[in-house]
Design a protein around this ligand. Structure first.
Ligand SMILES: [Zn+2]
Length: 228
């Protein structure tokens, strides 16, 4: 499966940025120094892997202008693809590990960044037709309560608890919230109002293109910053 296109790097970059942000937010409240430095390391490693993939991909693009051996090029592309999929798995595993870590020492900031990171990652996973990262319903309210009891937070961070993407129907405009339940039997959910497929043309490449264009326009390119 060749799904690598420049736009995918925008979408996965947003996910890497958000996951890194969540790790950094949790690390800043972590009392255990060793653990905190481990969290920063995870965030930086994700960032480095992403930058490396991006670099390799663009180099491939440049090489294609000169006359590179077609066989070698295909091989290199499939290597980049494999590494993209590895990075996706690392994002999933990182978020699940972070979910349990935050439970040990919840703070409103870490919960808020974690919530954002899961939503961005799940939106990306939906476009890739991969299973969502699931967070139990009671996770956010319970941990926010614990966090506020420990240190009453003046900034009053509120959480939506929404970690699954909302996809607007192209035909009737209805906004459909996609839940793990709606993907239970297939990865092609339909609009609740008019039954039109919510996966545009069923083509993940097209969706990624649109998604990353829209998001990058709105939010600007994700910044690659090292977390110290
Ligand atoms: Zn509809």
């Amino acid at each position: 499966m060749i799904f690598i296109i420049p736009f995918i790097f925008g979408a996965i970059g947003l996910a890497v940025g958000a996951v890194g942000g969540a790790f950094a937010a949790h690390a800043s409240s972590e009392e255990d120094r060793q653990k905190a430095s481990h969290h920063r390391k995870v965030a930086n490693e994700l960032n480095d892997k992403y930058s490396d993939l991006q670099k390799r991909y663009y180099e491939l693009g440049d090489q294609s202008k000169s006359r590179i051996n077609d066989f070698k090029r295909k091989l290199a592309i499939s290597e980049v693809e494999k590494d993209v999929l590895h990075l996706v798995v690392e994002l999933q595993q990182g978020l699940i590990a972070l979910m349990f870590e935050i439970e040990n020492n919840p703070t409103p900031q870490a919960l808020s960044e974690f919530e954002k990171a899961v939503l961005v990652t799940n939106t990306f996973l939906f476009e890739l037709k991969k299973e969502f990262i699931q967070v139990p319903n009671e996770y956010f309210p319970c941990n926010l309560k614990l966090a506020n009891e420990k240190v009453p937070d003046n900034r009053k961070i509120s959480l939506t608890g929404n970690v699954y993407p909302t996809i607007q129907c192209k035909k009737c405009g209805q906004k459909n919230r996609i839940t793990p339940h709606s993907l239970r039997f297939n990865f092609n959910p339909a609009c609740g109002k008019c039954q039109t497929s919510l996966v545009a043309n069923g083509d993940p490449e097209e969706n990624l293109k649109k998604m990353s264009r829209r998001r990058l326009k709105k939010e600007g390119s994700p910044k690659r910053v090292r977390i110290e």
